[in-house]
Design a protein around this ligand. Structure first.
Ligand SMILES: Nc1ncnc2c1ncn2[C@@H]1O[C@H](COP(=O)(O)OP(=O)(O)O)[C@@H](O)[C@H]1O
Ligand SMILES: [Mg+2]
Length: 250
């Protein structure tokens, strides 16, 4: 584990987390999973489907307290969460979804956010009238409306077609840079993680731990294709090596 001392905004140390299977047996999902993410940085947690990524996000968000370990957020830290399913209030318009989530936000702030995310013309629409891509944008706008100190996103691009996903990814990258909001994105896509994050945490097979951390030194906008390719190869080699050891701890 790298140490950022007191500067670390997010400090995650999960000694163990178990789920109970349908058969009633405990299943170890996370074990000795540790990482830190400095303030204002974007981190990405990458791992295969079913390895425990959503479980981890729920622990960080405080939605599940049944685990061993410690997770430190800044005192009074405000959390913005974008779930994999947008979870909007169905009988409220887009703009009302934002107002209800962030009652203290000024009308101009909300209008500016909707504009920034290309949602201005949808302000009066209801969630059922939106495509998944638009609903994801609304969920992101809603999370940003509360001016979070930590933004958590669970697979924000999953089930979007490639072009929409790339577009939204570019906008999220720009927003992170612009607002300097500490962000943790969960994804199963290494390339996506490399293009979005300053720090990429690779999760092992279950029970998941962070077995490699990639530091993306280049400013996001300056990351060349060659540099991204090299990082991707490095990540893939590390995953190969981890699998060759059957996910065993070094
Ligand atoms: N509430 C739950 N009860 C029992 N098992 C669960 C629960 N949530 C997740 N699991 C199991 O824990 C493992 C990790 O799930 P999850 O965190 O959703 O993975 P990921 O988000 O990486 O796809 C899976 O085997 C899943 O079936
Ligand atoms: Mg998940």
């Amino acid at each position: 584990m790298s140490h950022d001392g007191a500067a670390a905004l997010l400090e995650v140390r999960v000694t163990s987390k178990d789920h109970v299977t349908a058969g009633g047996r405990p299943q170890r999902v996370l074990q000795d999973l540790q990482f830190t993410l400095p303030m204002g940085r974007a981190g990405a947690v990458v791992g295969p489907s079913g390895c425990g990524k959503t479980t981890l996000l729920r622990l960080i968000a405080g939605l599940d307290a049944q685990y061993e370990g410690a997770i430190r957020l800044p005192a009074g830290g405000r959390l913005g969460m974008v779930f994999q399913e947008p979870r909007l209030l169905p009988w409220r318009s887009v703009v009302d979804n934002l107002r209800i989530a962030a009652p203290q936000a000024r009308e101009e702030t909300i209008a500016a956010l909707l504009m920034r995310l290309g949602l201005a013309e949808h302000a009066g629409h209801f969630p059922g009238e939106l495509s998944l891509g638009l609903a994801r944008r609304v969920a992101l706008a809603r999370a940003l409306a509360i001016e979070p100190d930590l933004l958590l996103m669970d697979e924000p691009f999953v089930s979007l077609d490639a072009m929409l996903a790339r577009e939204l990814r570019g906008e999220i990258a720009a927003l992170i840079d612009e607002r300097r909001v500490t962000t943790l994105i969960v994804t199963h896509d290494i390339r996506e993680a490399i293009e979005l994050a300053d720090r990429v945490f690779l999760l092992s097979t279950r029970p998941a731990r962070v077995f490699t951390t990639l530091e993306i030194a280049t400013p996001r906008r300056a990351l060349t294709k060659a540099a991204a390719d090299a990082l991707q190869s490095e990540a893939e080699a590390a995953i190969e090596a981890m699998r060759a050891h059957g996910g065993m701890r070094a």
